[in-house]
Design a protein around this ligand. Structure first.
Ligand code: HEM
Length: 442
């Protein structure tokens, strides 16, 4: 006999809770937890969705087999963006092989070069900065991390090709992830047609690069080469369509997640000037013997580490980690029927006072929880983020370079900086302006 899962109040006759969820997703999820506790259910336009909160529920969720709780079925809106046959548009065995190919870009021997690349891109970004001024951190870091991610992961050649056209195509793909894509990503609407045209054009551009490199017989130390050389277990090579999808997948997974983490961390640095003296001293020590950042050096900046970790706790970029229930799933006397979605949300879980005393206080020196299912900005289990090490390295390298040269403070009242989630990722409200002033002679 299973217990009825508590239902969140306020369902509308048409669409259930969909409208509230689409307009204020985080406030809605917090309300669901406050009303119903560890397990709650709501109706997203006919799709029963169950929210699980707290480490024991997270552990059950993340440890479930794909055959029971399917990520692929929950994230079908990504299929037209990445392309059929890539990641969740491919059979699970192929998806796992593709994921292994992606991991090549994040191996230690590659990571050691990335710190210098990110530093050089950040130096270039700072090149025209005057001694003092203001800048919008959301916009700036969105542009900068597109360059750093492309340069590190896809290589120099790709970075040089990062033309206006590439950026526009990439934008059109992002637009294809509007909330309405969750219910049907294949619907006939201009936004989705534009997404499909952008995908086609990108494939033509990448196909040209691949053909040129093959013709020239060249070899580069970058991901394009990894994709070109990779073979599936049966010996088959990736097609241009698949290579394009792998590029888009890697960029999408790492770009906005990293750019927002950079923005949130710098915003918290500006909001919490009481740590300033120690933080700037730590950064200066990093550059004391060398003007070049190293992976090893970046491992030894505990206060900046704490700032990034705490920014990821309070402002986790991904807040609807979802699975589709493939066969009835049981948890603590509840049964979630097949066909439902189940969700865990770091934003809710990271504010549980029993695990994070005074949860709304930003404390970069908070102890790290021992249980891996307490703090989950990178997910957990078999789908846990493979790019977390690279993401942290990137954020640290950008911020150390900035903080070594400039001091930052808020340019507007503290309460005007709020959280918004217009699409899938939590970001600072618009505009999000900080003031800067040069610290050392550049
Ligand atoms: C602060 C930055 C980042 C955050 C907060 C983040 C968060 C996450 C989360 C929560 C998941 C799990 C999703 C789920 O279980 O449904 C995930 C998966 C993934 N992430 Fe990240 N991510 C970040 C950066 C990156 C970067 C830089 C890359 C690549 C370079 C990357 C590549 C991936 C991939 C490929 C997966 C899918 C793994 C799988 O399906 O097995 N991420 N990420």
């Amino acid at each position: 006999m299973s217990t009825q899962i508590p239902i969140v109040s306020g369902a509308q006759p048409t669409g259930g809770h969909l409208q509230e969820f689409n307009t204020t997703p985080l406030a809605f999820l917090h309300r669901a937890y406050a009303e119903c506790g560890e397990v709650s259910q709501f109706d997203l336009g006919g799709l029963r969705t169950v929210l699980l909160v707290g480490p024991p529920a997270h552990e059950a969720f993340f440890r479930a087999a794909d055959e029971q709780l399917s990520a692929a079925q929950a994230y079908q809106m990504m299929v037209p963006v990445f392309g059929e046959g890539i990641q969740y548009g491919a059979p699970p065995a192929i998806e796992r092989q593709q994921l292994k190919m992606q991991v090549q870009g994040l191996k230690h021997e590659r990571m050691v070069n990335y710190a210098g690349v990110v530093e050089a891109e950040t130096e270039q970004f700072l090149r025209d900065w005057p001694a003092a001024g203001e800048f919008d951190i959301y916009d700036a870091f969105t542009r900068l991390t597109l360059k750093t991610s492309t340069h590190c992961l896809l290589g120099r050649e790709f970075r040089q090709q990062l033309t206006e056209e590439f950026a526009e195509l990439y934008h059109a793909l992002e637009d294809g992830l509007a909330p309405s894509s969750l219910s049907n990503p294949f619907q006939d609407a201009e936004r989705f047609r534009a997404r499909d045209r952008a995908r086609e054009r990108l494939e033509a551009l990448i196909g040209e690069r691949v053909a040129q490199r093959r013709q020239a017989g060249g070899w580069e130390h970058d991901m394009l080469q990894v994709y070109m050389d990779a073979t599936y277990n049966d010996g088959r090579k990736l097609t241009d369509h698949e290579i394009t999808g792998m590029v888009i997948w890697f960029m999408f997974a790492g770009h906005h997640t990293s750019s927002n983490t950079t923005a949130w961390t710098l915003l918290e640095i500006a909001r919490n000037p009481q740590y300033g003296e120690r933080l700037y001293a730590e950064i200066d020590a990093l550059f004391a013997d060398t003007e070049e950042l190293t992976l090893k050096g970046l491992r030894e900046i505990p206060l900046l580490d704490g700032f990034i970790r705490e920014a990821l706790r309070l402002h986790p970029p991904l807040n609807a980690i979802t699975r589709r229930v493939m066969s009835d799933w049981h948890y603590e006397g509840y049964t979630v029927p097949a066909g439902s979605n189940i969700m865990v949300s770091p934003h809710i879980s990271h504010k549980l006072p029993e695990y994070f005393p005074a949860p709304d206080v930003f404390d970069p020196e908070r102890p790290v929880p021992q249980n891996p299912f307490v703090e989950i900005p990178f997910g957990g289990g078999r789908h846990k983020c493979i790019g977390n090490g690279f993401a942290i390295l990137q954020v640290k390298a950008i911020l150390s370079t900035l903080l070594h040269q400039y001091h930052f403070e808020l340019a507007a009242p503290p309460e005007s900086y709020t959280e918004i989630m217009p699409a899938l990722i939590l970001r600072p409200s618009d505009p999000c302006v900080l003031r800067y002033r040069r610290r050392v002679a550049a």
